[in-house]
Design a protein around this ligand. Structure first.
Ligand code: SF4
Length: 419
């Protein structure tokens, strides 16, 4: 990654290419607390925090700037994530959505917003619905107070049923919920009760994540403390995720990505674009954007520095500090595989051929025949099957080796049962 010297704003690469069609990600870096397992960029804040108005103003200004620089004319999807966007409250989200309405060339087909139960109250949800949000993603994780306390998950499990009912009332058939398996204190009974309580509210989409202990998080320290926070043994954690998968599938949800399940027609448009590596722009501290030129198989990435103080303290009309990276064709091909093989359909063939002049099967003959022989790939499709997705990481190691490189240490592409 090419780091710009401090004080250097976003600069575009030589031979800059416009992105007439691009999704948009906005990062809201505020949370009511800090969950022990989390490694997203967020800082503690309270409802009505005095930093919110100036943050929203700068976020809108940056959005206007990038839409203009990249000559965006179509925005298929917009995702407001974090952090905890619902902490902005009804008035904050109204201001943000009103500002966006005056900036965007058209309203996106999907506008998702992440919310946490403690701040997703009726005025907030009404402001979202009236302001054009089409989909809420609610951080449930678990109803079980014991597990929540052991990982210091923000909010209270007791509030969840009521808030899920509210979300369902405002966004019927248009909300997603996150669950985590492998939490301390979780067993099969706890997980099944969590899923049962959630499915009673009929979410259109469920993300089922296996807990991973990320380096540098408080959870990493807590599992080494004396006495330690005890996570389920590896086999138990694996069987919890599998139980979750099977229960969701039995209830009619289809797994379409390594951790994501949806009712028919309810897949996430925005995340699917990430997995296909289709253009997205981004604004807000720690937000990262990728713009691709399909004609040359190259890309450009910028990441806004994760520094809220510097973000808010900019002078005049200065853009935020960013780190940038040019993606050459081999790098972009590896990333297209890294993201595409997360999905049950595999990388998009048409897009792959347009970008690289060959289809993924031609690029990976050894890997495909080896994994097909093991019964972990579809016979007629360059994609892992349902069982193969459980071993995404070793599969990607083979992919990277065949493409002439090693898998990045932290690939963010782990299968649920990968080590
Ligand atoms: S609420 Fe979400 S973003 Fe905030 S600290 Fe917890 S896991 Fe991280």
């Amino acid at each position: 990654m090419a780091l710009h010297p401090a004080g250097t704003p976003l600069s575009l690469p030589g031979g800059f290419f416009p992105a007439p069609q691009a999704s948009l990600y906005l990062h809201i870096p505020f949370c009511a607390g800090a969950c022990d397992y989390c490694d997203f960029y967020s800082l503690p804040a309270v409802p009505g925090d005095p930093r919110f108005p100036v943050f929203i103003k700068l976020l809108l200004r940056d959005t206007e700037d990038i839409l203009r620089r990249f000559e965006v004319r179509r925005i298929p999807s917009l995702y407001i994530g974090g952090g905890t966007p619902s902490l902005l409250g009804a008035s904050g989200i109204e201001r943000l959505l009103e500002g966006l309405r005056s900036l965007l060339p058209e309203w996106p087909r999907e506008l998702s917003l992440e919310a946490n139960p403690e701040s997703a109250d009726a005025p907030f949800l009404a402001a979202c619905r009236e302001g054009g949000v089409t989909r809420i993603s609610l951080g449930v994780q678990t109803f079980h107070e014991g597990s929540r306390r052991l990982v210091r998950r923000v909010g209270e499990g007791a509030l969840l049923p009521e808030r899920l009912d509210l979300v369902r009332e405002f966004f019927p058939a248009a909300f997603s919920a996150d669950l985590i398996t492998g939490l301390p204190g979780q067993d099969k009974g706890v997980l099944l009760r969590d899923i049962e309580k959630l499915l009673l509210r009929e979410p259109a989409h469920v993300s089922l994540y296996a807990l991973s202990v990320e380096a540098g998080t408080p959870l990493e320290k807590a599992v080494r403390d004396v006495p330690p926070v005890r996570l389920p043994e590896r086999d138990e954690a694996d069987s919890l995720w599998l139980l979750g998968r099977d229960t969701l599938e039995a209830a009619g949800y289809t797994q379409y990505e390594v951790s994501n399940f949806a009712l028919p027609g309810k897949r996430s448009i925005h995340n699917s674009r990430y997995w296909r590596m289709e253009n997205w722009l981004a604004a807000g501290p720690a937000a990262s954007a990728t713009v691709i030129d399909d004609r040359t198989g190259t890309g450009f990435r910028y990441t806004v520095r994760p520094n809220l103080g510097a973000y808010l303290g900019r002078s005049g009309s200065a853009p935020p500090l960013t780190d940038t990276e040019n993606l050459d064709p081999p790098t972009l091909m590896r990333e297209t595989c890294l993201m595409g093989f997360r999905c049950i359909e595999g990388p998009d063939h048409g897009l792959f051929i347009r970008r690289f002049g060959r289809d993924p099967e031609d690029c990976l003959p050894r890997t495909c025949s080896r994994w097909r022989r093991r019964g972990l790939m579809h016979p007629g499709k360059t994609a892992l099957n349902r069982e193969g997705l459980l071993f995404l990481n070793p599969f990607l190691e083979d992919v990277f080796e065949e493409l002439g490189n090693s898998l990045p240490v932290r690939s963010s592409a782990q299968g649920p049962l990968d080590g």
